[in-house]
Design a protein around this ligand. Structure first.
Ligand code: R5P
Length: 293
């Protein structure tokens, strides 16, 4: 892309530095003040170039969405003509229909808001279930969905060449297929029925798991209960070990303890959401997408 500024927030400095290095963009931290009552004041660097990239991974999204609203509108006022959002984790994608009358369809509402604010949106492994393209959820001029599955597959294969890759639910089939293809790994996909935020039933696939080193691969670990329940079932079925690899390490609240408590040995994730399990860098992937906007 033509010369542009990369704006980031102080809690994402590590990824911002990696992205600046990989893309050659100059990274500048947005100055942020939080008032005692929770309101936010932002100050962007001036002058701004015509093209601006904003990095904001949208875990714990609510305050960040207000920050993006303030940052994008201010950048336009300061003369930015082309705004790109790099949101490695894109929030609110899971609520893609009204499951009962009156429910907000958050995917459409948040997707449209971001499309109004930004010319291009780049994300990684967005949770698209009942829609097939990111563009349908985020109707920006450019909506780019990248996948970290091959990067996770490389890492998993290095750590455990004979791993059996298992997806914990039907929606993970897309990532399991991409990852398994990379190194011709054995694989399978579970079926999941969700009964509540922290209650899921898992049915294992028809794949022999006894004495296998299983790696559970998924897009998101949130409460951790999907991975935990799948791990328990796999260990009961005779798997010799269960490790976990996810793109987005949300691990909310006690999720890490829940997953470890289920008998999971190693936990790996990309650095799209900063977490102690990060071991796969996605800055080069993001940087290469930036060359297309
Ligand atoms: C949903 O289908 C996703 O792919 C994840 O499996 C899910 O969001 C994980 O949520 P939790 O960690 O709360 O079970």
């Amino acid at each position: 892309m033509q010369s542009a500024s990369l704006l980031y927030f102080d809690d994402e400095q590590a990824l911002a530095s990696q992205l600046a290095k990989a893309s050659g963009l100059t990274a500048t931290c947005v100055d942020r003040h939080v008032f005692p009552d929770g309101e936010i004041k932002l100050r962007l660097p001036t002058p701004l170039p015509r093209r601006v990239v904003v990095l904001r991974s949208l875990h714990d999204p609510n305050t960040k969405l207000v920050e993006l609203l303030l940052a994008a509108r201010t950048a336009r006022t300061l003369g930015a003509e082309h705004l790109t959002l790099v949101a490695p984790y894109l929030a609110y994608m899971r609520q893609d229909v009204a499951f009962t009358p009156g429910e907000a369809v958050s995917q459409q509402i948040i997707g449209r808001l971001l499309a109004e604010l930004f010319d291009a949106v780049i994300t990684v492994d967005p949770h698209l279930h009942r829609v097939s393209t990111l563009q349908e959820a985020v109707p920006a001029k450019q909506a780019i969905a990248l996948t970290a599955a091959p990067l996770l597959a490389d890492f998993v294969h290095q750590q455990c060449p004979d791993a059996l890759l298992i997806g914990p639910d039907e929606e993970s089939a897309q990532w399991i297929t991409a990852a398994a293809r990379q190194h011709r790994m054995d694989h399978g996909v579970c079926r999941k029925v969700r009964h509540g935020d922290r209650q899921v039933d898992i049915q294992l696939p028809d794949v022999a798991v006894a004495n296998r080193h299983v790696v559970l691969l998924d897009d998101i670990a949130s409460s951790g209960h999907t991975l935990a329940q799948a791990a328990r079932m796999l260990l009961q079925a005779g798997a010799s070990s269960v490790d976990v690899a996810v793109t987005h390490a949300l691990f909310s609240g006690d999720a890490l303890a829940v997953v470890r408590g289920a008998g999971v040995s190693r936990i790996w994730s990309t650095d799209g959401v900063a977490h102690e399990s990060n071991c796969v860098g996605i800055a080069p992937l993001l940087a290469s997408a930036l060359t297309t906007v």
